[in-house]
Design a protein around this ligand. Structure first.
Ligand code: DC
Length: 229
């Protein structure tokens, strides 16, 4: 969707950045639904590149091969479903192997560059809620509202564990906690677009919040920004 459309810089963007398993995807979707806005799950694009590389036998250290794949990625977002070519990969891209692969391809500058236009094309009326790591800093630096959404590593491991259990997938909380810490370290120390709270982003710690409370908090900030003279 939107891959061939021009984006419109007058369209409001809410950028929601933060670490993995912080719940930002669910919160971002809730905010998009409440406002009737479009939704960009930018992490899914990196996951799709990782999965596509595995399918085509492209090594995760082959920057040129990965960038070529990212530039022509045959990805489609249809409602809740995500497609890579003819394959429905909605669940496959959420595997722990894909999470690890995504984190590696996301550290490749050429891949990030190749995905930039595709992400910006999601900016369509009446508005966009964009979820990722560099939405407010790189992809939509002029976003109307920037939120840095996080939760403690322990709470994030617990949430990821519940998600996996709900899908019938087994993992221990301690392994997930280790993975989360390793991914945080990689995502926040990489040279390009590291995960960081921007000076212009509002911090929202959801450790003690329900999803509805977190959605409400973002909406409150958004309405406050809109009401500004
Ligand atoms: O949000 P997620 O867990 O689906 O993201 C998958 C990986 O992609 C994660 O390691 C961080 C990376 N990512 C990124 O570097 N920039 C983004 N805008 C979104 C995700």
């Amino acid at each position: 969707m939107f891959s061939n459309m021009q984006s419109d810089n007058n369209v409001p963007v809410i950028a929601i950045d933060g670490p993995s398993a912080s719940g930002k995807g669910t919160v971002a979707q809730g905010v998009a639904k409440a406002l009737g806005f479009h939704f960009l799950d930018s992490g899914a694009l990196y996951r799709l590149v990782a999965l596509g590389a595995e399918r085509r036998g492209i090594a995760l250290d082959d920057a040129a091969g990965l960038a070529e794949l990212a530039a022509g990625l045959p990805a489609r977002f249809e409602g809740e479903d995500i497609w890579l070519g003819d394959e429905r990969v909605t669940d496959a891209i959420r595997s722990e192997a894909c999470s690890a692969g995504a984190s590696r391809v996301a550290a490749v500058p050429q891949v990030r560059r190749a995905l930039l236009g595709r992400q910006r094309a999601f900016r369509q009326a009446p508005g966009l809620v964009a979820d990722g790591r560099d939405m407010g800093s790189v992809v939509f630096p002029d976003a109307l509202l920037k939120v840095f959404l996080t939760a403690s590593p322990e709470e994030r491991a617990r949430r990821r564990h519940k998600q996996l259990m709900d899908k019938g997938l087994y993992a221990t909380i301690s392994t997930l906690l280790q993975d989360i810490r390793a991914r945080d370290a990689r995502d926040s120390t990489r040279a390009v677009a590291p995960l960081q709270q921007g000076a212009d982003a509002i911090l929202l710690d959801t450790t003690q919040l329900t999803i509805d409370q977190a959605v409400e908090a973002v909406l409150k900030h958004y309405h406050a920004v809109c009401a500004r003279p």
